[in-house]
Design a protein around this ligand. Structure first.
Ligand code: AMP
Ligand code: GLY
Length: 422
């Protein structure tokens, strides 16, 4: 079989490694891929949002199955266009992808179907938003409605900060069009859990839970990033929490999307907070998380391609989805300065042992040498029977990769270990 994966980060590298385990797979193309992915797939210089070129490529190369991984092409209708052209593919159509691309849609869906989430109001008028803030409890959370590269969320600790955030989104348009509508919501507290799930629009099967580490610095200090590391499973996600999530959140969300005429197929990502009142939805993503995928898929024992095809065909209920009982840890190595400005172009050296555990995010090939080309450069994943062993092994493996100006958090998984000790 010939497969095509759209995207070019660590998540896509992890997806490709898992797809390759199926012996029926002969060739995997990655559009556009990156210098590290090139060791596992044929990278094709077509951008992740160049949907016309993707469809033309798929037809010319008789692609049997496509996987659309990032949020942008999903929101732009890559799955619709490929399906229309007769290429079966993994991911939601544009109508369903709106669950991530419009926070206002997601919040209204949860309100209508009684799915637990933070209380909120939606505003399109700046003066009304500012007036509302005068009466709302502080801290308060301000979110730009549309996709804002994960940066459209501001937690304001004072009324002044909250007003400044609303003005910067609605008047100064710091997130562009995304800020013409804002969601103002209640600040929740509690540990966060990421749960990715497979769904065919009817059946939903949660994957092993995980925990992201979003801040750049140790002990959750510094700026928000795309994610500096992950562990799985997340100890906060006990069997009792899992049962409540299934009943109060996962099944109702899938049913709600179907009832709205937007059946969701693909990977639905539940960003949850376990509050004193029980689990609540912080956000939905219409795709695999990055770097959650880099710990979740290495624990998947069943065949990824078979499961993905079942989400497309509507046969997920009859498909085996089994995860190992083990644990995984992914440590991201980033360029010094990230998520603000950083230098690139530094050669990367890696031992063969570490390479096998590495998912490359921001690196390109300069002739035959892999050089850094992004903020998050790569993630090193280890799996082991216990979380402590997985963490120790991931950090040991990071010693096998070097590039100038690299940094990583030293405390990935520490909070999870503390939670286990109670
Ligand atoms: P999001 O982009 O929606 O995932 O938000 C980014 C981060 O902001 C989340 O991972 C949470 O840590 C935090 N956050 C978002 N919404 C809330 C909320 N209502 N209460 C507390 N923290 C929140
Ligand atoms: N790691 C969070 C995300 O993929 O959005």
């Amino acid at each position: 079989m010939k497969l095509m994966v759209i995207g070019g980060g660590g998540r896509e590298h992890a997806i490709i490694r898992s797809l390759k385990k199926n012996p029926a797979v002969d060739t995997i193309y990655c559009l556009p891929g990156n210098g590290g992915i090139a060791a596992d797939a044929i990278c094709v210089n077509i951008g992740a949002t160049d949907i016309d070129a993707q469809v033309a490529f798929a037809k010319e190369n008789a692609i049997d199955y496509a996987v659309v991984a990032p949020d942008d092409p999903l929101a732009l209708g890559a799955v619709d266009a490929l399906t229309e052209a007769g290429i079966p593919c993994f991911g939601p159509d544009a109508k369903a992808a709106v669950i991530e691309s419009s926070k206002a849609f997601a919040k209204d869906l949860m309100k209508k179907y009684n799915i637990p989430t933070a209380r909120y109001e939606i505003f399109t008028d700046c003066a009304q938003a500012l007036a509302y803030l005068e009466t709302s409890p502080i801290p308060v959370v301000i979110k730009a409605d549309g996709l804002a590269l994960g940066k459209g969320v501001i937690i304001a600790n004072t009324l002044e900060e909250a007003k400044a955030a609303v003005r910067s989104m609605m008047e100064d348009k710091i997130f562009g069009k995304s800020g013409s509508r804002v969601v103002i919501e209640e600040f929740l507290t509690g540990p966060e859990v990421s749960v990715l799930s497979f769904t065919d629009g009817e059946t939903v099967i949660p994957m092993v839970s995980s925990m992201d580490h979003k801040r750049a610095g140790d002990n959750d200090t510094g700026l928000n990033t795309g994610g500096m590391g992950t562990i799985a499973p997340n100890p906060v996600y006990t069997p009792e929490v899992a049962e409540r999530c299934m009943k109060e959140i996962f099944l109702p969300t899938i049913a709600a999307m179907k009832a709205e005429g937007r059946p969701f197929k693909g990977c639905l990502y539940f960003g949850l907070m376990v509050t004193a009142d029980g689990p609540k939805v912080i956000e939905y993503n219409c795709r695999f998380g990055d770097p959650e995928t880099q710990v979740v898929l290495p624990l998947l024992e069943s065949d990824l391609l078979t499961i993905m095809q079942a989400t497309t065909n509507g046969t997920l209920a009859q498909t085996e989805v089994k995860f190992s009982d083990g644990c995984a840890c992914c440590v991201v190595l980033a360029s010094a300065g990230y998520p603000a400005s950083y230098q690139k172009g530094f050669p990367i050296t890696m031992t063969e042992e570490t390479r096998k555990h590495t998912f490359v995010a921001g690196a390109k090939l300069a002739v035959d040498t892999l050089v850094t080309s992004g903020g998050r450069v790569l993630g090193v994943t280890a799996t082991a029977p216990t979380l402590k062993q997985a963490i120790d092994e991931a950090y040991r493996l990071t010693e096998g990769v070097q590039f100038e100006n690299s940094f990583c958090r030293r405390d990935i998984g520490r909070r999870a270990l503390e939670a286990m000790e109670g």
